[in-house]
Design a protein around this ligand. Structure first.
Ligand SMILES: O=c1[nH]c(=O)c2nc[nH]c2[nH]1
Ligand SMILES: [Zn+2]
Length: 483
């Protein structure tokens, strides 16, 4: 499924679900979405309407029909993850951020000086994120130029939208994994920006992103030089902020002139409308105000925040204050490459905040995120974070077809029917192994459409992701699916 495949005019027929506001999902049980050869949505019909069959040029369109339980859903947007850390997914023991970095992360990242190793990890990770319905991903790579460029090439070839960043770190990192100088950090980052622009000049699929690892890994002049490079090359910027309390203390020691962690980045001109800040757990009101004033965006990484016991981010507060928030898997601080898992984890974290997590202060009854809100963060919120709100994240005429086909299995065998059950009349068997293996979502047939969405969110996984498209191109398909 290379990005070079030609796209036929296609009508996606069946149920579709997407966010229409932070709090509302549209669930259309019988729709038809027409996508042209450029991957752009040309019409949306609801309530079983088939008017499109009369539309000029659409009579011979290919039809992808979703029968049975399931729905088309916008592709997920992962606003923060580390592709080279994928082999460490699930490996973090009882570490917290700073010892996790030195124990697990720096040795693995440093080993991607080997291009064959980088190839093996990156091809696997891009396949893994695509198979989980992720159509856009903001990737940290490593500090190696060839391996970073390889990741850009793989994303382009596989057709996954990506922001790909070479990691800059000229300070406090181990000798074996550190930029030799500010000049080399900037020159290597520039080389990656130029490479990504050379393979995808319009940036439709891959774009570069300037990536200072985090303030403790960079000297102030290096941060300032990267701010200047981002401005000169009109690039996106990603970094981490306010993840862990020891990290925040370290930043205060390293940058005594700065008012706060956020101020370190602001001073270096790294807070722009194109900046993605991962974590943002322990920010002060003043820091949140600065981030909002600069138009920078936040990637909420709930699985990682819990795995590394970094804290519970108060997402409701961020949203109420007008900040823009998306979800990030943050592999391998995060233990899953799935944004659906982050949807669940974001909901759990919000409940811990609601119950009064010690690091989150007093209980906050309003904190709980609904399923609809978490799905908004996974799609439209993410699209705002990565600068694609006009083209992806929901289904509207003029938007591009970045979508996944969610299937919810054949359903649980109807052995008993309604009414009185005579135990002796039934064979004491069980649901077939094949059915158990094909999905984790048991559908009985009496669920409402809203309930099916809830069941998918709480127990679905990549087995429910039958096919994935980016700009109308098929970029992943489950083996059993015939389209
Ligand atoms: O979750 C994180 N993952 C990382 O790789 C990292 N580096 C600095 N800070 C970090 N936080
Ligand atoms: Zn991270």
């Amino acid at each position: 499924m290379a990005a070079s495949q030609t796209i036929a005019k296609t009508v996606y027929a069946g149920a579709f679900v997407h966010s229409i506001s932070l709090t509302e999902l549209e669930i259309c049980e019988n729709g038809a979405i027409g996508v042209d050869e450029a991957g752009v949505i040309q019409f949306i019909e609801r309530n079983g309407s088939e008017e499109w069959k009369e539309k000029e040029g659409w009579q011979s369109a290919k039809v992808v029909r979703l029968d049975g339980k399931g729905f088309f859903f916008p592709g997920f947007i992962d606003t923060h993850t580390h592709a080279p850390q994928h082999p460490n997914t699930g490996l973090f023991g009882k570490t917290t951020l700073l010892d996790w970095l030195s124990t697990y992360t720096f040795p693995l990242e440093a080993s991607l000086s080997s291009l064959p190793k980088a190839h093996r990890i990156y091809t696997n990770f891009v396949s893994r994120t695509l198979s989980n319905g992720t159509t856009t991903c903001a990737y940290y790579a490593t500090r190696h130029v060839p391996a970073t460029n390889l990741l850009s090439s793989i994303c382009l070839a596989r057709g996954q939208r990506a922001l790909v960043g070479r990691v800059c770190m000229d300070s406090l990192s181990p000798e074996y994994y550190r930029d030799a100088s500010i000049d080399s950090a900037v020159a290597d980052s520039r080389a990656c920006v130029e490479y990504t622009r050379s393979i995808d000049p319009t940036g439709a699929i891959v774009r570069p992103i300037i990536t200072p690892r985090f303030a403790p890994s960079c000297t102030a002049p290096c941060l300032a030089a990267l701010g200047a490079l981002a401005r000169e090359t009109h690039s996106y910027i990603q970094t981490h902020v306010s993840e862990n309390t020891s990290e925040i203390q370290l930043v205060a020691q390293l940058f005594p002139e700065s008012k706060s962690y956020t101020d370190v980045y602001d001073t270096a001109n790294l807070l722009t409308e194109k900046t993605i800040l991962a974590h943002a757990i322990h920010l002060s009101k003043q820091e949140r105000d600065t981030i909002r004033a600069r138009g920078a965006k936040i990637s909420h990484c709930p699985a990682s925040n819990t795995a590394l016991t970094s804290g519970c981010c108060r997402v409701r507060q961020l949203l109420d204050e007008g900040l823009t928030v998306g979800l990030g898997t943050d592999v391998s601080g995060g233990f899953s490459p799935s944004i659906l898992e982050q949807v669940r984890q974001a909901i759990w974290t919000s409940r811990f905040v609601a119950m009064g997590d010690p690091s989150a202060g007093a209980a906050d009854g309003k904190a709980k995120l609904s399923t609809a809100e978490a799905l908004f963060l996974a799609t439209r919120g993410g699209a705002q974070v990565v600068g694609l709100a006009d083209s992806v994240g929901g289904f509207e005429v003029g938007k591009e077809w970045d979508a996944q086909m969610v299937t919810l299995g054949e359903g649980v065998a109807d052995g008993a029917g309604e009414g009185q059950v005579d135990v002796d009349a039934f064979e004491v068997g069980g649901t077939s192994t094949a059915l158990l293996e094909s999905t984790n979502v048991d559908v009985f047939g009496w669920e409402s459409s809203e309930e099916l969405v809830e069941k998918w969110v709480y127990s679905g996984d990549d087995r429910n992701c039958a096919a994935v498209w980016v700009r109308g191109r098929l970029v992943h398909k489950r083996n059993d699916v015939v389209l």
